[in-house]
Write a protein that binds this ligand. Structure first.
Ligand SMILES: [Zn+2]
Ligand SMILES: [Zn+2]
Length: 175
């Protein structure tokens, strides 16, 4: 099994990629993590122009078709944009349950998005939690009722900031 970090579109800072490399290697022990070169995507094809947001499900489907991952691969797309899915006004990330494709969207994880002062540590923590959460879905985990568990559903950044970067005992057992 292998986790591939796949930055798309705008370059993602090496700090973020290295952070994810470390935190995912720890969260999913015994799984190799690799960082792929940035994939150039014609992002306009995936935009809802009225909303100025990415259509996450369409992007995930396109990546799946393009990269044709094997059953031994989990691809985590990292995109520095704002996205939505279905009825949800926005998503911090999305994954195919037990699938090969997941994504995280960085725009709304930044304090600056809400006109607050930028805070790198807060941002890094959120990125880590969202990445572990979405990959958790890839590995078949559902949402967890434990508000401290990384698999708890984040309806807001309050939820994200409240939860830990790790799986609770029950979720860990399932992995
Ligand atoms: Zn989720
Ligand atoms: Zn849990």
């Amino acid at each position: 099994m292998e986790i591939i970090l796949q930055p798309i579109e705008k370059d993602i800072a090496n700090d973020i990629l290295n952070l994810l490399y470390d935190s995912l290697s720890t969260a999913f022990n015994n799984i190799n993590v690799t960082i792929a070169p940035t994939l150039q995507v014609n992002i306009q094809n995936f935009m809802n122009r009225q909303r100025n947001q990415l259509k996450s499900p369409v992007l995930l489907h396109w990546i799946l078709e393009k990269m044709k991952p094997t059953k031994e691969m989990k691809i985590l797309v990292i995109c520095d944009m704002d996205a939505y899915s279905g009825e949800l006004n926005f998503v911090f990330g999305e994954a195919h349950l037990r699938g090969s494709i997941a994504a995280i969207y960085l725009a709304r994880l930044k304090q600056e998005f809400y006109d607050l002062e930028s805070n790198e540590l807060v941002f890094y923590d959120r990125v880590t939690k969202e990445a572990i959460h979405e990959l958790g879905h890839s590995f078949g985990l559902f949402h967890c009722n434990n508000k401290k568990c990384v698999m708890h559903f984040s309806n807001s950044l309050y939820d994200t900031d409240f939860k830990n970067k790790i799986f609770c005992k029950n979720c860990k057992k399932f992995l």
